[in-house]
Design a protein around this ligand. Structure first.
Ligand SMILES: [Zn+2]
Length: 113
């Protein structure tokens, strides 16, 4: 017999199977088996302005002028950014831009080159 997952709502271990669903007897939460399996190994996906999935070391193009915080520098629209690194947070791209240095960008303001 396979191990049943704990309830995602109340963490109860007394879940049982019913057809394609798991059911928790403690809080009455029901959830589909398939979704539970998928979410287990779900990775964070970061997409560009066009909805293309970005990965580490991609080259992207900036799609709008971006002011660099704490300076008078501006990353111009069309600037190519090489070897991006995806990170967690509000600004989800870590990179180095010629003439500016290391900075963070938002994925919504770039597109895959
Ligand atoms: Zn529960």
């Amino acid at each position: 017999m396979s191990q049943l997952p704990a309830c995602p709502k109340c963490q109860s271990e007394y879940t049982y199977e019913d057809g394609d669903n798991y059911i928790c007897p403690e809080c009455a939460h029901e959830w589909p088996k398939v979704a539970a399996a998928e979410s287990a190994d779900e990775a964070r996906v970061i997409k560009d302005a066009n909805g293309n999935v970005l990965t580490d070391d991609d080259t992207v193009t900036v799609i709008k002028d971006l002011k660099v915080k704490g300076s008078s520098l501006v990353v111009k629209v069309g600037t190519k950014v090489k070897n991006i690194r995806l990170v967690d947070g509000d600004h989800d791209i870590d990179c180095r831009i010629d003439g500016i240095g290391a900075m963070k960008l938002k994925s919504e303001f770039v597109k895959k080159a």
